[in-house]
Design a protein around this ligand. Structure first.
Ligand code: DGL
Length: 272
C-alpha cells in the first residue's frame, strides 16, 4: 500500500463515515486510525485535541497518505484549521487534510424548510461554535440551536445504545433541543457515534423533524473534492486495500468495529 487515503477518528465512530466513503469510492486504498487510547476527545481542551490530532496526522503522512480525512467532529472543530494553516505548510505542503464540518454546513440549507435547525454534538464541538460560524457563512437565514449530548458517546461505546437505559438520555436531549424552538425541522448528528442512536431517536421525534447523519454527505463531498483536485487524486493509490489501526487494544477495536462498520475487520496496534 503506497499512498492510501487516511481516515482519522478519536475512536470507532469514524467507521460510520468510512463505511459510506467505501460505498461511494471503493477503488482507493484506505488506512483508518482510531485513537482509542486517548478517546473520547469530546470533553478535552482545544490544545489537547490539537496535539493529539496533529500527532495522528503526522503518522498518516509517514504512511504515505497524500490526503487525510478527519472524520471526527471534535477534531474537525478544534484542530483542523490550525493544522491546515500552520502545520501543513511546514510538514507537507502538497498534502491535504479535510474535515467533516465544511461539507455538511455548505449543503445543510437543502434539508430545512423552516430554517430552524438543531445541532447535536459533543461538548467540544458545541463550545467551538464551529457549526454556527460555518452555517452563518453559507446560510445566514438559518437559526442554529446547539445541544451537547455528553452521555451519547459512552452509551454507544458501551453497546448500550439499543437498550432501554438509552431512552432516557435520548429523550432528554431531544426534548431540550426541540423546546428551544417549535419550528425546528432538522436535527444534524454532528458526532460520529450518534448515527447508531438513529432508531431510538426516531421513536421520540415528530415526523416533521428530519434527522441527518453525515456519512453520506462526507462521502459525496470527498468524491467531488477528488474530481476537482486531480493533483491530489492522482497521488491516491487504487488497489482497493484497507488497513485499520488503533492506539488501544486491537481485540476491543475489532469487537466494537463491527457495530460501527457493519462487518468484521482485523486491526493493528499503533503505539504513539
Ligand atoms: N469522534 C467524536 C466526534 O465526532 C466523538 C467521540 C469523542 O468524543 O471522541 O465528535
Amino acid at each position: 500500500m503506497q499512498s492510501p487515503i487516511g481516515i482519522f477518528d478519536s475512536g470507532y465512530g469514524g467507521l460510520t463515515v468510512m463505511k459510506e466513503i467505501l460505498r461511494k469510492l471503493p477503488h482507493y486504498d484506505y488506512i483508518y486510525l482510531g485513537d482509542n487510547a486517548r478517546a473520547p476527545y469530546g470533553n478535552r481542551s482545544f490544545d489537547t485535541v490539537y496535539h493529539y490530532t496533529l500527532q495522528c496526522v503526522e503518522w498518516f503522512f509517514a504512511q504515505g497518505c497524500p490526503l487525510v480525512i478527519l472524520a471526527c467532529n471534535t477534531a474537525s472543530a478544534k484542530a483542523l484549521r490550525t493544522i491546515q494553516q500552520h502545520d501543513l505548510p511546514r510538514l507537507h505542503p502538497a498534502n491535504r487534510v479535510l474535515g467533516v464540518i465544511r461539507p455538511t454546513t455548505e449543503i445543510i440549507g437543502q434539508f430545512t424548510n423552516s430554517n430552524k435547525i438543531g445541532i447535536l454534538a459533543t461538548h467540544g464541538t458545541v463550545q467551538s461554535n464551529s457549526y454556527r460560524i460555518e452555517i452563518e457563512k453559507f446560510f445566514p437565514e438559518i437559526k442554529v440551536y446547539q445541544e451537547a449530548c455528553p452521555m451519547w458517546v459512552p452509551l454507544v461505546e458501551n453497546n448500550e445504545h439499543e437498550k432501554p437505559g438509552a431512552d432516557y438520555f435520548v429523550q432528554q436531549h431531544l426534548q431540550r433541543v426541540l423546546a428551544a424552538d417549535r419550528d425546528i425541522d432538522l436535527l444534524l448528528l454532528a458526532c460520529t457515534h450518534y448515527p447508531l442512536l438513529m432508531d431510538k431517536m426516531k421513536q421520540y421525534l415528530p415526523e416533521t423533524v428530519t434527522v441527518l447523519a453525515q456519512g453520506e454527505i462526507v462521502a459525496n463531498s470527498l468524491a467531488d473534492y477528488l474530481e476537482r483536485h486531480p493533483e491530489t487524486e492522482q497521488r491516491c493509490s487504487r488497489t482497493g486495500k484497507r488497513a485499520f489501526y488503533t492506539t488501544d487494544s486491537t481485540e476491543d477495536f475489532d469487537n466494537h468495529a463491527s457495530i460501527f462498520f457493519g462487518h468484521p475487520l482485523q486491526s493493528h496496534h499503533l503505539a504513539l
